[in-house]
Design a protein around this ligand. Structure first.
Ligand code: F6P
Length: 359
């Protein structure tokens, strides 16, 4: 049996771990894996792909980016927004289907965010044997508590804040760090909490500039000479973009070009008199090696995706289903230790990628 795999949209730390997991698990079943280049585009004639095996994917779980290449442009970009989904034209899908059939594929693993998975859903509805793997550093995909890549992005934010704190403290400055997150503030929230931010501004909570400046002033009164502010790129002030712009009389395009971080920094300096700098972390959050967590989650997702294909359970997306905090009686914690389940999913994932578990 032979299956295909592709990733589409922006790259994301942990993508190679997913590919590694899929190839390892498929190899255990005696299956071949075809990896398409540059996402769905690689399925269009002339098809661009490579045969993946345990030898040519050895060690890739440690690497950032994706060995397959990717694109967030091209013929397959399902347009999502305001509840409207524009389908990929059927002639494009049918052209890709010819490649799928010519290669004798019996399943396709599609790794991507909301746009890519919207296309995956369309393919399912058109009868393709597809399974999905959620991918985005933003962690904003519904129906999974975590996406791989998020932990790596947050780690970059924390590293950035740790560095900014020493320079901000030395100069007695306010430093605003703009991080990714167009629609959701997860990266800013987690990065800010772990990195010791004094204010975190996210799209889900329209901010009041007076409240932010008051927090900066209060820190000064409390004897702290610096402040660190984390701003998600999609954060906006109460009243929307326009209300913020009016304070400077700038055009909307100028506002966007400047970026919200630069804008917030300028406002803080103007209103508090504190010397302020802004830094945009940008694609540093997406580049580089995945964290251990993202390597494990990616591997686990990849192995699980193959299991779905084995069961012919198409139209499903693998999903991480915990990540919440609750309360239990203390006695439940001390009566026994929580040990690795020898038959559990993690051990199975390790075995699937060729790791000897001693037995
Ligand atoms: O969706 C992930 C994301 O990293 C967003 O947070 C960010 O706005 C966007 O991708 C940047 O994409 P590009 O690489 O096209 O600039």
């Amino acid at each position: 049996m032979r299956i295909g795999i592709l990733n589409s949209g922006g790259d994301c730390p942990g993508l190679n771990a997913v590919i590694h997991g899929v190839v390892g698990a498929a190899d255990k079943l005696g299956w071949e894996v075809v990896g398409f280049t540059d996402g769905f585009e690689g399925m269009l004639p002339p098809a661009r792909y490579q045969l993946l095996d345990v030898n040519n994917t050895m060690g890739i779980q440690k690497l950032g980016g994706t060995i397959l290449g990717t694109t967030n442009k091209g013929n397959f970009g399902a347009k999502v927004g305001a509840g409207n989904v524009m389908e990929v034209p059927h002639e494009i899908v049918n052209s890709a289907r010819k490649t799928f059939d010519a290669l004798n594929l019996e399943g396709l693993v599609i790794i991507g965010g909301d746009g890519t998975l919207t296309t995956a859903l369309q393919l399912c509805n058109m009868g393709w044997p597809v399974v999905g793997v959620p991918k985005t550093i933003d962690n904003d995909l519904h129906a999974t508590a975590r996406t791989f890549g998020f932990d790596s992005a947050v780690t970059s934010v924390v590293d950035g804040l740790d560095r900014l704190q020493t320079t901000a403290g030395s100069h007695g400055r306010v430093i605003v760090l703009e991080v990714m997150g167009r629609h959701a503030g997860w990266i800013a929230l987690h990065g800010g909490i772990a990195g010791g931010a004094n204010a975190i501004l996210i799209p889900e909570i329209p901010f009041d500039m007076d409240v932010v400046c008051e927090a900066v002033n209060q820190r000064e009164k409390d004897g702290n000479n610096f402040s660190l502010i984390v701003v998600a790129e999609g954060a906006l002030p109460e009243g929307g973009e326009q209300s913020f712009i009016q304070t400077e009389g700038a055009a909307s395009s100028e506002y966007r070009l400047g970026g919200i971080g630069a804008r917030v920094a300028a406002e803080i300096e103007k209103r508090t008199g504190k010397e302020t700098r802004s830094v945009t972390l940008g694609h540093l959050q997406r580049g580089g090696s995945p964290t251990a967590f993202d390597r494990i989650l990616g591997t686990w997702f990849g192995v699980e995706a193959v299991k779905l294909i084995e069961k012919k359970d198409f139209g499903k997306m693998v999903s991480y289903q915990s990540a919440s905090v609750g309360a239990v009686p203390i006695e439940d914690a001390v009566n026994q230790l929580r040990l690795v389940d020898p038959e559990g999913e993690e051990v199975n994932a390790a075995r699937s990628v060729g790791i000897c578990m001693g037995k």
